[in-house]
Write a protein that binds this ligand. Structure first.
Ligand code: NAD
Ligand code: AHE
Ligand code: ZN
Ligand code: ZN
Length: 370
């Protein structure tokens, strides 16, 4: 057992508590990682709110981290002590039906236990005062030390700054990947992006990389427009400034609708608007936002009959162990401007401020340093 400083979510809707937890050594196929830095994603806030059907408490949240391998369990071959890694909430085993299909990044090897807050053997490596603490999304990066399956870690070059590339563990990769892998936006396409947080802004980068001709940025917080413009957005729409449904506004702006839209908020009404602002005959809408348990999407089936397509994207369709190193490389070359996302940094003791800043709409990403 080692001691680790961690921000524990003891119950929904309560501030995280900084305590010293016990971390058990990695078992076979597992790896102990020292987290150097972690971003705070809206999904952490979503689970903390109690709206996540897979939310279990007490748990250690966090899934956007960067760290260094501290110890490896029996049989681990792809990683060694000292390697730099990014934890993956979407594992990549390369041998399950999903991995072998070549059609999805949604490896299922450890997904069932991960969703229960447990390691693949059905137990937790974390405890506090002798009581187990649950893992979260297979990552639990709000702990100085965490244990993950070997297949849930992407090895990255040691030169990459972990306090920046941690953002590639979720938000930035998700937004870019949704545009490039899921939608496969082509040169000259028109794009609408709903929600300009870490995910939506990264989707703008993806759209710019794809050479989209128009990138329409939509948010109810106009303070997000400046950075959206900096990243390549060409048009800016605040739904609060329009009396008519926002899909009608976008359809009018674009001679019948956009080629692609992305919902990066987690609001089912906005998901409908994002679908319905797509062009008849071919427009495709990608749902990235995570909606509360029990929420459902709706539209007139006629919207689909007349050629619009509804898709979803998890971690941008990215196979983490195989593809994340190339994202790190792009960040190092300046092709993915991670600094633009990091509006706040803080120590673990101030992590609750990161949640406040997010809810107040003041941050894009807060990065917590250990
Ligand atoms: P964020 O809080 O940083 O940003 C959300 C943005 O949406 C804010 O700018 C906010 O002003 C805007 N917004 C809120 N309501 C709006 C509305 N009605 N119309 C327009 N804009 C509105 O969040 P984030 O970290 O960027 O995450 C966004 C969503 O993506 C969350 O639901 C998160 O859970 C989800 N997510 C999904 C994946 C995935 O793999 N599918 C990965 C990461 C995050
Ligand atoms: N537990 C949630 C599901 C949440 C969800 O959809 N998560 C996304 C990643 S969000 C990252 O910030 C995802 O990857 N989903 C695919 C998967 O396998 O979980 C719920 O609502 O039950
Ligand atoms: Zn996330
Ligand atoms: Zn797999």
């Amino acid at each position: 057992m080692i001691k680790s400083r961690a921000a524990v979510a003891f119950a929904p809707n309560q501030p995280l508590q900084i305590v010293e937890v016990d971390v058990a050594p990695p078992k076979a196929g597992e790896v102990l990682v020292r987290i150097v830095a972690t971003g705070v994603c809206h999904t952490d806030a979503y689970t903390l709110s109690g709206a996540d059907s897979e939310g279990v408490f007490p748990c250690i949240l966090g899934h956007e981290g960067g760290g260094i391998v501290e110890a490896v369990g029996e049989g681990v071959t792809s990683l060694a002590v000292g390697d730099h890694v990014i934890p993956l909430y979407t594992a990549e085993c390369r041998e399950c039906k999903f991995c072998k299909s070549g059609k999805t990044n949604l490896c299922q090897k450890v997904r069932a236990t991960q969703g229960k807050g447990l390691m693949p053997d059905g137990t937790s490596r974390f405890s506090y005062n002798g009581e187990p603490i649950y893992h979260y999304m297979g990552c639990s990066t709000f702990s100085e030390y965490t244990v993950l399956p070997e297949i849930s870690l992407a090895k990255i070059p040691k030169e990459a700054p972990l306090e920046k590339v941690c953002l590639l563990g979720c938000g930035v990769t998700t937004g870019i990947g949704a545009v490039l892998n899921t939608a496969k936006v082509e040169e000259g396409a028109t794009v609408a992006i709903f929600g300009l947080g870490g995910i939506g802004l990264a989707a703008i980068i993806g759209a710019k990389m794809a050479k989209a001709s128009r990138i329409i940025a939509i948010d109810i917080n106009p303070e997000k427009f400046e950075v959206a413009r900096e990243l390549g957005a060409t048009d800016f729409v605040n739904p609060k400034e329009h009396a008519k449904p926002i899909q009608d506004v976008i359809v009018e702006m674009t001679d019948g609708g956009v080629d692609y839209s992305f919902e990066c908020v987690g609001n089912v009404d906005l998901m409908r608007a994002a679908l319905e602002c797509c062009h008849k005959g071919w427009g495709e809408s990608v749902i990235i936002g995570v909606a509360p348990a029990g929420a459902e999407i709706k539209t007139r089936p006629f919207q689909l009959v007349t050629g619009r397509v509804w898709r979803g994207s998890a971690f941008g369709g990215v196979r983490g162990r195989t593809e994340l190193p190339s994202y790190v490389e792009k960040a190092q070359k300046g092709e993915i401007p991670l600094d633009t996302f990091i509006t706040h940094t803080m120590g673990l003791d101030k992590i609750n401020e990161a949640f406040d800043l997010m809810h107040e709409g003041k941050s894009i990403r807060s990065v917590v340093h250990f």
